[in-house]
Design a protein around this ligand. Structure first.
Ligand code: UT7
Length: 378
């Protein structure tokens, strides 16, 4: 039987840090409220496009696997902050990497996009359609955030990570998963005007706004992640006490504590990043996974559980058995260009642009867009 081993991993965190104190300079909020209600202290704000972060994370993942971009035959780009719908964003990453032999597709299920992308690529390897896949979880939420709404602005951050999976006859990788969606609650997390570039100028804010019923999402998240995890463990034939590490979606430390409690798992077995990165939507689980590897928390043959939820409300839980190798084959020296501004300066620029809805998001280069002609020109 064919399985799909994780052979490469890499992350790309933008350097600019936005603290709770920064948020309190323009919102009626404070460190005590944010920390006690969410567990968050800091988050990152990117000075580059999602594809630029994805490129850096992918180059690290490819080096880790000992592969070139041309070895990859499938790219799955998990994100909900795509600037464009047509063409898809995976093709932008394929172009930038020079991964000319790869099929390229986007998967958008909001915060669960990386794990849904992983399921898709894993199934395509296990059924023999492709042999080597690059899976990306990336989010550039800062450009689309309603920074004047304290109910959401304190919760999210930017980031990216990628993994490479390869066909193997060894029983390893993603062995069981549960995917679902509470579509009757799809109206409680909704963003108008999200993810659309006009005139190659970046985001035009217009009527963009967030519908976000935090307490209802909280309840559905705990229910969805708990039920999906229980089903996944049964499918895998594994009990909770056999799990070595939980790498969950990180939207709120209180949600994670509840899910761990219902699943019968101690918090000592949960890898947390929420205090320093906030909720990076699709990037949250892969960044936490890569970080857990870097910190030596994942050993050979480790048994991992990865529950998540997002707008839709989509939900899932993945069971992964790690292989033997926990160190990179090689290391890439590719990195982001330096960031000249503070996170707060970038956020204040976005807020100023939103006040004037005729203006677009300032200063972000779409270097992966091949054709940069202004809208309307032939
Ligand atoms: O990945 C999917 C994304 N979604 C989520 O993960 C959201 C899940 N939900 C949550 O994490 C929590 O519901 C929140 C962190 C969003 C909110 O926490 P909560 O304990 O459910 O608070 P709440 O919404 O019930 O609000 C309590 C109070 C309200 O004031 P009043 O009505 O009691 O006077 C809010 O207006 O806290 C107020 N509040 C704030 N105060 C200071 C809301 N946001 C803030 C803020 N700073 N940033």
């Amino acid at each position: 039987m064919t399985y799909a081993a994780i052979t490469g991993w890499g992350k790309c965190m933008p350097p600019a840090v936005l603290t709770n104190a920064d948020l309190a300079t323009f919102l009626e909020t404070d460190d005590e409220w944010i920390t006690s209600r969410t567990g968050m202290k800091e988050r990152r704000v990117s000075h580059v496009h999602g594809v630029e972060m994805a490129y850096v994370a992918s180059m690290h993942a490819l080096a880790c696997a000992g592969l070139n971009a041309s070895d990859i035959d499938l790219i799955v780009y998990g994100s909900c902050s795509n600037d464009e719908t047509v063409p898809n964003t995976a093709s932008g990453l394929q172009y930038k990497l020079g991964a000319s032999n790869a099929a390229s597709m986007d998967v958008n299920t909001a915060c669960t996009s990386f794990l849904y992308a992983y399921s898709t690529a894993n199934a395509m390897i296990r059924t023999g359609v492709v042999k080597r896949a690059l899976i990306v979880g990336v989010e550039l939420v800062s450009r689309y955030m309603d920074w004047n709404n304290r109910g959401v602005a304190v919760l999210f951050g930017d980031g990216c990570a990628a993994i490479v999976i390869e066909a193997t006859e060894e029983k390893t990788g993603l062995l069981a998963e549960t995917l679902g969606c509470f579509s009757d609650a799809r109206g409680i997390l909704r963003i108008s005007g999200y993810g659309a570039t006009y005139a190659n100028q970046g985001v035009v804010f217009g009527d963009m706004g967030w519908v976000f019923d935090g307490p209802q999402i909280f309840k559905k998240a705990v229910q969805g992640m708990t039920e999906a995890s229980a089903k996944t463990l049964i499918k895998a034939g594994v009990t909770a006490d056999q799990i070595d590490l939980v790498v969950p979606h990180q939207a709120n430390s209180r949600i994670i504590e509840s899910v761990a409690k219902y699943a019968g798992l101690p918090m000592s077995k949960v890898h947390l990043t929420v205090s320093k990165y906030g909720n990076m939507s699709a990037a949250t689980v892969p960044v936490a996974l890569v970080e857990a590897l870097e910190e030596g928390k994942i050993g050979p043959r480790a048994k991992l559980l990865m529950p998540a939820f997002g707008a839709g409300l989509t939900l899932c839980s993945h069971y992964v058995e790690w292989g033997d190798r926990i160190t990179p084959k090689d290391v890439s020296n590719v990195s982001l260009p330096p960031c000249e501004k503070t996170a707060l300066e970038m956020v204040n620029e976005i807020r100023a642009a939103k006040l004037d809805s005729s203006r677009s998001t300032p200063g972000i280069e779409a270097s992966y867009v091949v054709d940069q002609r202004p809208f309307g020109t032939q």
